[in-house]
Design a protein around this ligand. Structure first.
Ligand code: SF4
Length: 276
């Protein structure tokens, strides 16, 4: 994390109302602001938090100092009043490297496990999530880990997300979580250039897969992704024809056909991220 500016902040509240792409959830919960993975296509780059910090996205992190007693109260108040479906995190990765040191995600999960929500989706691309597998089991069927694996090619991963965890480590994390009996899906989100065997690998590895792309999943019909220059990254690699809405739709259809005999679930875009 050298070169990453780390600040400590005291947030007013941690639970925020969900909306937009995450309609269907009551709340979002982000243990950090900023994200050291700094993925090239991250749509948060185009949101106010990503645009107006004065530093590049991926080069700063705010660690939210959590007053656990206050959070427990905030949590209980909401929990007693209403159905709670929580998306964690919508604008950060809850298991980015800084979590190994400060444990904000773990502390929040421990507090929530005392009175579990109706549903919690834990969205990450980090193998660090396996550290908390025993804790995650305490949520029973009310939690799903959504683990991003957008390509099976390490060279492509390095090109688009050089600071994110290697692909092999994510496959291993998936197996560990499944062995621990945790509900986990692979989020192929957004689909990146991949090998011919990616669909087969996915179907063999995971009981539930969601596919998304730059045109549906960035919350702005592809406009945010276009502004980030992702099209040029495809063109520079001679893969310009793959930057097209039909690419992921085709992959999705192939995946569905291959998944059928295995009884796996394959979902498209937002549908795959919604609470049950
Ligand atoms: S891990 Fe998620 S939040 Fe972090 S930079 Fe990548 S896409 Fe953005």
């Amino acid at each position: 994390m050298s070169g990453t500016e780390i600040r400590f902040v005291t947030p007013g509240r941690l639970l925020n109302p969900a909306g937009g792409f995450l309609e269907g959830y009551t709340h979002t919960l982000n243990p950090y602001a900023g994200c050291a993975f700094g993925c090239s296509y991250c749509y948060v780059r185009r949101m106010p938090v990503g645009l107006f910090r004065g530093r590049n996205w991926g080069e700063w992190i705010d660690v939210k100092r959590v007053n656990l007693e206050a959070f427990r109260k905030e949590w209980r108040r909401s929990r007693e009043r209403t159905v709670m479906t929580v998306f964690m995190g919508s604008a950060t990765d809850p298991y980015q490297p800084v979590e190994a040191r400060y444990g904000i995600t773990r502390a929040l999960l421990e507090a929530m496990a005392e009175m579990p929500p109706d549903f919690l989706l834990l969205q990450t691309r980090s193998p660090l999530v396996v550290r908390d597998r025993e804790l995650l089991r305490r949520f029973g069927g009310r939690l799903r880990v959504s683990l991003t694996i957008e390509t099976d090619l390490e060279s492509v991963r390095r090109r688009f997300t050089p600071k994110a965890p290697p692909v092999a480590a994510r496959w291993r994390a998936l197996r560990t979580l499944l062995d621990a009996g945790i509900d986990v899906q692979i989020a192929v989100s957004p689909l990146l250039p991949h090998s011919e065997s990616f669909a087969v690998e996915l179907v063999r590895a995971a009981p539930r897969i969601v596919v998304d792309d730059f045109f549906h999943g960035d919350g702005a019909c592809g406009k945010r992704t276009e502004a980030l220059g992702i099209r040029a990254m495809y063109e520079q690699a001679g893969e310009g024809e793959l930057y097209h809405p039909e690419t992921a739709r085709r992959f999705f259809r192939e995946l569905r056909l291959r998944a059928e005999p295995h009884g796996s679930t394959v979902l498209w875009s937002r549908e795959g991220f919604l609470p049950p």
